[in-house]
Design a protein around this ligand. Structure first.
Ligand code: SF4
Ligand code: SF4
Length: 260
């Protein structure tokens, strides 16, 4: 089904956000005095799935290998610009103050970057009138985007995510981050200081350009559910229950209620 769309300039997508950024975008964001959080999750990865599993390949290409106890895992790191209320770049007339260099996430919205996620207008911040049939076609029935520049931006964002995966492994080593939520159950949100994060990002970029294979880092998986921990322990993973060592720079965000 063709989806029609026209931006109403309501400004909702510039408020109360956690914007995923590439490494280069995160360095720019920090350079403008923005704040960056580092979201970490990990998935057990005992062996590579067959090449025909395109969804697994997508995940693998955007993560880095690590070890948790005896369990091989892949860690996905997302650099996020977090703010409450208006984006620090939003001007009083609701125009973007860094329009020419705004992050790709802002350029892509409300389209989807992940090819395995279908566009759902109901799930977007845009008001219903933005999706009326009188507007130009936005997405064709076959899932392609009608605007070639949008397609190109999505391709660039996907390429950057693959390119950045190795740098993110180096970034975590430099920041001393080694805790991740179990994927699809939650996120570990790390909030190192602005200066430390910027220095580490710049160093990670330099390292990744001439970094050979390195020893897999040891990660601890975090959950707020004992049942999950028991399951992880049964396959040799190192895990800890959320809440054991909470601190200001680290927070577990669970997608499900904690158990006993
Ligand atoms: S960078 Fe610009 S487009 Fe992106 S959220 Fe901020 S104001 Fe909106
Ligand atoms: S929420 Fe949607 S309609 Fe509103 S400004 Fe953002 S893209 Fe445009």
């Amino acid at each position: 089904m063709t989806i029609h769309f026209s931006c109403t300039m309501c400004g909702r997508c510039c408020h109360d956000l956690r914007l995923p950024l590439s490494v280069d975008e995160a360095i720019d964001w920090l350079g403008r005095n923005g704040r960056i959080q580092v979201f970490c999750d990990a998935i057990p990865w005992p062996e590579d799935p067959p090449a025909s599993n395109l969804q697994a390949a997508y995940k693998r290409d955007r993560s880095f290998p690590a070890i948790s106890g005896a369990l091989p895992v892949r860690v996905t790191v997302t650099l996020v610009a977090a703010f409450q209320g208006a984006c620090p770049n939003l001007q009083p007339d609701l125009r973007c103050g860094i329009y020419e260099s705004r992050p790709r996430t802002c350029r892509i919205y409300p389209a989807e970057m992940n090819p395995f996620v279908a566009l759902s207008p109901e799930a977007k911040l845009c008001p219903p009138e933005a999706w009326e049939a009188r507007w130009p076609a936005f997405q064709n029935g076959d899932g392609s985007w009608t605007d070639p520049s949008l397609t190109a931006t999505i391709d660039q964002a996907r390429d950057a995510a693959v390119h950045d995966a190795r740098m993110k492994g180096a970034l975590c080593r430099l920041l001393g981050l080694d805790t991740a939520a179990l994927a699809n159950e939650g996120l570990m949100v790390h909030t190192p200081s602005r200066e430390v994060t910027r220095d580490a990002l710049l160093e990670a970029k330099a390292l990744a350009s001439h970094d050979g294979d390195h020893v897999l880092a040891e990660w601890t998986l975090v959950s707020n559910r004992k049942a999950t921990g028991d399951a992880l322990a049964s396959i040799g993973a190192r895990w800890e229950r959320h809440g054991a060592e909470e601190c200001a720079s680290e927070e577990y965000v669970g997608f499900f209620p904690a158990d006993q």
